[in-house]
Ligand binder design. Sequence first.
Ligand SMILES: *[C@@H]1O[C@H](CO)[C@@H](O)[C@H](O)[C@H]1NC(C)=O
Ligand SMILES: *[C@@H]1O[C@H](CO)[C@@H](O)[C@H](O)[C@H]1NC(C)=O
Ligand SMILES: *[C@@H]1O[C@H](CO)[C@@H](O)[C@H](O)[C@H]1NC(C)=O
Ligand SMILES: *[C@@H]1O[C@H](CO)[C@@H](O)[C@H](O)[C@H]1NC(C)=O
Ligand SMILES: *[C@@H]1O[C@H](CO)[C@@H](O)[C@H](O)[C@H]1NC(C)=O
Ligand SMILES: *[C@@H]1O[C@H](CO)[C@@H](O)[C@H](O)[C@H]1NC(C)=O
Ligand SMILES: *[C@@H]1O[C@H](CO)[C@@H](O)[C@H](O)[C@H]1NC(C)=O
Ligand SMILES: *[C@@H]1O[C@H](CO)[C@@H](O)[C@H](O)[C@H]1NC(C)=O
Ligand SMILES: *[C@@H]1O[C@H](CO)[C@@H](O)[C@H](O)[C@H]1NC(C)=O
Length: 433
Amino acid sequence: MKTMHLSAILVGLSSLVSAGTFPNAPHVFAYPKDPGNFQPAHPDRPHGRVCKVTPDATDSGPAILAAAHKCNRGGTVFLPPGDFVIATALDLTFLEDVDFAIWGNITFKQDLELWPTQAFQYSYQSASMFWRFGGTNVNIYGDGKGVIDGAGQFWWSAMAKNSSVMRPCLLGTDGLHHATVTGLTMLNPPGWFNLISNSTNVLVSDMTMLVGSQLTGAPAKNTDGWDIYRSSNIVIQNSKIVNTDDCVSFKPNSTQVVVQGLDCTGSHGISVGSLGQYQDETDLVEDLYIYNISMTNAGDFARIKVWPGVPPNVTGSTTGGGLGLVRNVTYENLYSVNNDHVISVSQCYYAKNQSVCNEYPSKLVIEDILFKSFAGTTSKKYDPQIGDLTCSSPDVCHNIELVGINVTPPSGKSPVFNCVNMQGSNLGNITCA
Ligand SMILES: *[C@@H]1O[C@H](CO)[C@@H](O)[C@H](O)[C@H]1NC(C)=O
Ligand SMILES: *[C@@H]1O[C@H](CO)[C@@H](O)[C@H](O)[C@H]1NC(C)=O
Ligand SMILES: *[C@@H]1O[C@H](CO)[C@@H](O)[C@H](O)[C@H]1NC(C)=O
Ligand SMILES: *[C@@H]1O[C@H](CO)[C@@H](O)[C@H](O)[C@H]1NC(C)=O
Ligand SMILES: *[C@@H]1O[C@H](CO)[C@@H](O)[C@H](O)[C@H]1NC(C)=O
Ligand SMILES: *[C@@H]1O[C@H](CO)[C@@H](O)[C@H](O)[C@H]1NC(C)=O
Ligand SMILES: *[C@@H]1O[C@H](CO)[C@@H](O)[C@H](O)[C@H]1NC(C)=O
Ligand SMILES: *[C@@H]1O[C@H](CO)[C@@H](O)[C@H](O)[C@H]1NC(C)=O
Ligand SMILES: *[C@@H]1O[C@H](CO)[C@@H](O)[C@H](O)[C@H]1NC(C)=O
């Protein structure tokens, strides 16, 4: 059995292709901002070590894994145009100095029984991955040709019948350091598009991510663009996203992240959190720069969501009571088209009401937040209100600054914000009502 399996793999792996016929990793840089001392992968593998994988519409998984082992330490795994169906979870966390040139169309077998036995599962928000990338000095690139197609409707329809169906994210990193992910088209993820976890120095650029039409009664769910978790020195830039949940979400322990040049449509915004959900756990989100983003038809645009505290006699809460900090976050040069709120800060996430939130303020501090140079319009949903700033106490929420918020609601009325417990902040010339 084992031998047959291995020979099947070898058939799927053609011999090294000649030098010069494979695509080099593109030279991409974090631009115009970067987190400082940022070191994504070095491009240009030595020529001559290319492992070309033959498309296999039954299961390309073993051949891709074999190619990754064979070309690890200096080579390029090349997936040429063609259909690659993956039916075996791929643990690619051993990578070292290797590139993945993806010019084909990658899909994952549509099988509800298979993936719970195969996929990599995490306790954090029940996240799971079909394949995971980890290691050092890795470029993953699609050159505008490669497609990762999640066939989301299959999973969303299953979810409409059974809400606990496992829906892995389309691309996951776990322990990936010094890497680039560029030029890929990603379509209809079962769950999140991307989870970047336990990773550092990763540059993501020139991606196109689309959630297409959905069946009535089985809509797309949780299709976050990028979730960043336990990671630092990450740059996400120059990409277009059409989805139905957060465009980018900063989960616990996302630090030193730059997000720039995105065009997001239909999402829930660029969101910090939610944080502080689990009592006594510490969540840190610090040093974020969100720059030059265009957002259309979203619920919120720039968003920070933090759970409140819990009464002193409560233990083990999963609805607030967490510790930590959201600090040094800048949202600058944001352009809004028809979003319900352009700015939404809540430190009373899911609190029953404001008095309960005031009584047990959050233990997760929000400080040094700058919202600067916003332009455009909101939707009519809350007109003339364009934003919401709700803290649980000025003691744990201070130095939030708003400058140059030049956004108009559709009625043309003077815009207003809802403001609660904002005494420790500088709201500039906005009107609180
Ligand atoms: C990718 O392959 C799947 C399965 O073969 C197919 O349904 C889908 O249309 C292809 N997508 C693209 C963009 O070629
Ligand atoms: C729902 O999906 C979960 C996760 O796959 C599974 O354990 C459970 O048996 C399913 N429930 C039903 C009623 O099919
Ligand atoms: C990240 O690293 C931790 C500690 O090694 C591990 O427990 C966890 O499974 C990893 N991945 C994620 C997504 O948390
Ligand atoms: C986040 O960092 C804090 C401080 O180092 C640590 O206590 C906490 O366990 C980390 N959380 C996660 C999810 O890794
Ligand atoms: C802003 O982002 C767009 C892409 O959404 C890009 O075309 C443009 O060059 C960027 N502008 C600046 C000043 O970086
Ligand atoms: C705030 O974060 C930005 C972006 O990561 C960083 O450049 C800057 O040094 C940080 N400032 C402070 C005071 O930590
Ligand atoms: C905790 O104390 C509050 C106020 O005294 C009370 O309303 C609540 O029922 C108590 N909760 C528990 C779980 O004992
Ligand atoms: C807020 O909710 C608490 C708990 O359900 C309730 O006791 C209180 O009356 C509510 N306060 C207001 C102002 O609605
Ligand atoms: C607030 O100041 C900005 C410039 O900093 C200006 O564009 C905007 O019109 C001002 N808004 C009000 C209501 O005065």
